[in-house]
Design a protein around this ligand. Structure first.
Ligand SMILES: NC(=O)c1ccc[n+]([C@@H]2O[C@H](COP(=O)([O-])OP(=O)(O)OC[C@H]3O[C@@H](n4cnc5c(N)ncnc54)[C@H](OP(=O)(O)O)[C@@H]3O)[C@@H](O)[C@H]2O)c1
Length: 261
């Protein structure tokens, strides 16, 4: 295990982040699992005891730059390096923009934008210091390509993540640090319950995938040089519709996501 990579995953207490932590640990990698719910992270460490890798639970709120700097400091203190960041922590919001509580919208912005920036800005110096290159995987959404009505701020926050991935790629190329935007489609996790505004799945008829499937692709992508990754045919079809028939997709999304009165 001494030669295995060191991975930092934000939002590892549930869903995709938790599944990714286990998937990396199964390969013998050392995983720093960060989130606010420490009890879930301790349980994650227990469930990984028999795996070849290791899990280090870290209490960190991505909305605080100092938490992310401290998390990276602890990772380097424990394992001497950092190779991969999976910036995964995120939260949704659904509901008409003007009716939304500002505090909810602000939480989405602080988590999905500031949180990714704090994670990336804390991780880059540590990955650079290793001198071996590395990888930053930003967990985005297919909705970034066509933010849905009544989920405007969430979709726009993921468009920010895509833009950030693109720009950072150029900034980090010389350091041999790859940057990949993961364009995730509907996945069965606690996301819909944690969503602010209206909770619960809206397009429940759309096929969902498991967090384990997404996690396997995150692990796969962490060893490749892909700019962006979409997992399923249906998600690729969505991206194609966003590019080729945006007017039709707008009307479809409007009909699907309009709140029922
Ligand atoms: N599920 C989907 O259909 C779907 C689709 C596309 C993209 N995504 C993206 O996938 C990512 C993971 O979501 P998920 O589906 O796995 O949902 P989830 O089960 O709700 O997980 C969200 C994770 O983010 C963490 N988190 C939230 N706010 C945080 C904060 N301020 N500081 C630190 N951690 C925070 C949560 O941990 P704590 O509460 O313990 O802090 C939790 O571990 C998100 O970025 C989401 O936008 C999900």
């Amino acid at each position: 295990m001494a030669g295995s990579r060191v991975i930092l995953i934000t939002g590892a207490s549930s869903g995709i982040g938790q599944a990714a932590a286990l998937a990396f640990a199964r390969r013998g990698e050392r995983v720093a699992a960060a989130a606010r719910r420490m009890d879930c992270l301790q349980a994650l460490r227990e469930s990984a005891r028999t795996l070849p890798g290791a899990i280090l639970p870290l209490a960190a709120d991505v909305t605080r730059a100092s938490d992310m700097e401290e998390a990276v400091r602890q990772v380097v203190a424990e394992w001497g390096r950092l190779d991969v960041l999976v910036a995964n922590a995120g939260i949704g919001h659904r509901g008409p923009l003007v009716d939304a509580d500002w505090i909810d919208l602000e939480t989405v912005l602080h988590t999905n934008i500031d949180g990714v920036l704090h994670s990336v800005r804390a991780a880059i110096p540590a990955i650079r210091a290793g001198g071996r290159g590395g990888h930053i995987l930003l967990i985005s959404s297919i909705s970034a390509a066509a933010p849905a009505p009544y989920a405007a701020v969430y979709g726009a926050s993921k468009s920010f993540v895509n833009g950030l991935a693109r720009a950072l790629r150029g900034e980090l190329r010389r350091d041999h640090i790859a940057v990949t935007a993961m364009l995730i489609g509907q996945t069965r996790t606690e996301f819909a319950e944690h969503r602010l505004g209206q909770t619960g799945r809206v397009a429940g008829w759309l096929p969902t995938m498991t967090a384990e499937r997404v996690a396997d692709r995150i692990v796969w992508a962490s060893t490749r040089q892909r700019r962006a990754l979409t997992l399923r045919l249906i998600d690729r079809a969505f991206l194609l519709a966003a590019a080729l028939t945006p007017g039709w997709l707008d009307r479809l999304q409007e009909a699907v996501y309009r709140p029922r009165r």
